[in-house]
Ligand binder design. Structure first.
Ligand code: NAP
Ligand code: G4F
Length: 328
């Protein structure tokens, strides 16, 4: 039975990856940081099938011990401070988690077992002020937030450890991927959750920032499949994972509201409090390398993604007696 360690198993991607690896017959070890209350909402359904270990990206000793104690063949480094606006409020902490945390992971791998295959969660935020359309593996980076800058560091240190120490280290440059497990502060889930609440009469308005920014939004379970495929190749490499389509936040609103028979313009209020100090205006990826080498392609298109998320939010509100907290 192959064994994999997932950092960030309590997050959106970590939980989907754990589902995927269990389905493939893996033994899954998940690293979680110590919190005063347990936040296993996304992995509750598989809690008795995964091994949970305590560790933190800030604490190299904990990472080394986890590798020594559990001997994984594959390590998926998904843990990070992943919310872009927070990276302006906590730029140093974001650098510690999202940049230096990668070095701590890589160096632990190098120290404990150089045969471990390593996946780094790189991001399309690295392209920032885009230098080429669509963005591909060779497009120069121009990050626009402390988060994006930290991810560029994580990306290059992964390549550096691959080249310096011959590690099987891959970096997936993933474009935005979404689903019902997405944090409520991210724009897609914020919109679909509000649409459901407005539809059920629990709210009347939705406050958003920049409606014109465009993203290449995909379906999260498709993207964890790409992560796994990267580690199954003969050689380590870096891949863009994206749908190749771009849509604005405005279009996302239109699709989500109209799906439940509402007019988005009657409910959406533009609130400058949600503007960012520097914006990534447009992202669209070219996934042709992932398609050609990994045989990867997305299974859910933009409209289906919006509908799946609205349906899930409506169902969740019905199930919880409408008590789902609203995150602004
Ligand atoms: P997420 O839902 O925010 O999950 C982040 C995970 O990291 C959580 O499990 C969190 O634990 C954990 N974590 C944060 N700081 C930690 C620390 N110091 N030590 C240990 N664990 C820590 O993020 P996601 O959407 O699943 O994304 C997964 C990864 O892919 C991230 O690296 C993100 O930057 C990257 N990425 C995401 C996308 C996307 O569209 N989703 C696109 C490109 C790249 P808690 O539960 O304790 O907070
Ligand atoms: O949903 P977002 O917060 O995602 P963002 O900034 O693109 O970052 C996500 O995707 C990255 C991959 O490209 C990941 F690396 C990262 O970890 C994260 O998962 O914002 C998307 C867009 C932005 O342009 C933002 O300005 O939506 C715009 N937006 C407009 N109003 C809003 C809002 N974003 C949020 N979160 N909240 C708003 O009210």
């Amino acid at each position: 039975m192959p064994k994999a360690l997932i950092t960030g198993i309590t997050g959106q991607d970590g939980s989907h990856l754990a589902d995927f690896l269990l389905e493939k017959g893996y033994e899954v070890v998940g690293m979680v940081r110590r919190t005063s209350t347990i936040n296993f909402d996304r992995i509750r359904h598989i809690q008795d099938r995964v091994t949970i270990v305590q560790g933190d990206l800030l604490d190299q000793v904990s990472i080394i011990h986890i590798l020594q104690d559990h001997h994984p063949e594959e390590v998926f480094n998904l843990a990070a401070q992943s919310f872009v606006p927070t990276s302006w409020q906590q730029p140093v902490l974001t650098g510690e988690f999202t940049a230096l945390g990668v070095t701590r992971m890589l160096d632990a791998v190098r120290t404990v077992d150089k045969n471990i295959r390593f996946y780094q969660a790189s991001s399309s935020e690295m392209f920032g002020k885009v230098q080429e359309v669509p963005q591909r593996e060779t497009t120069p980076f121009y990050p626009r937030s402390p988060y994006g800058v930290a991810k560029v560091y994580g990306h290059w240190i992964t390549i550096n450890y691959r080249e310096s120490y011959n590690l099987f280290a891959c970096s997936g440059i993933l474009f935005n991927h979404e689903g019902p497990r997405r944090g409520l502060e991210f724009v897609t889930h914020k919109i679909t959750n509000s649409v459901a609440r407005i539809k059920l009469g629990l709210a009347t308005e939705l406050r958003l920032g920049n409606l014109e920014s465009r993203r290449d939004w995909g379906w999260a379970p498709d993207y964890v499949r790409a992560m796994w495929l990267m580690l199954q190749q003969d050689h380590p490499d870096d891949y863009v994972v994206a749908t190749g389509e771009t849509h604005s936040v405005r279009e996302f609103c239109q699709e989500a509201f109209s799906y439940v028979g509402l007019d988005w313009e009657k409910h959406v209020i533009v609130d400058p409090n949600f503007y960012r100090p520097a914006e990534v205006d447009m992202l669209v990826g070219d996934p042709s390398k992932a398609r050609r080498v990994l045989g990867w392609q997305p299974s859910v298109n933009f409209r289906e993604l919006v509908h799946l998320m609205v349906d899930a939010d409506l169902a969740a509100l019905h199930q919880t007696g409408n008590h789902t907290p609203h995150v602004g």
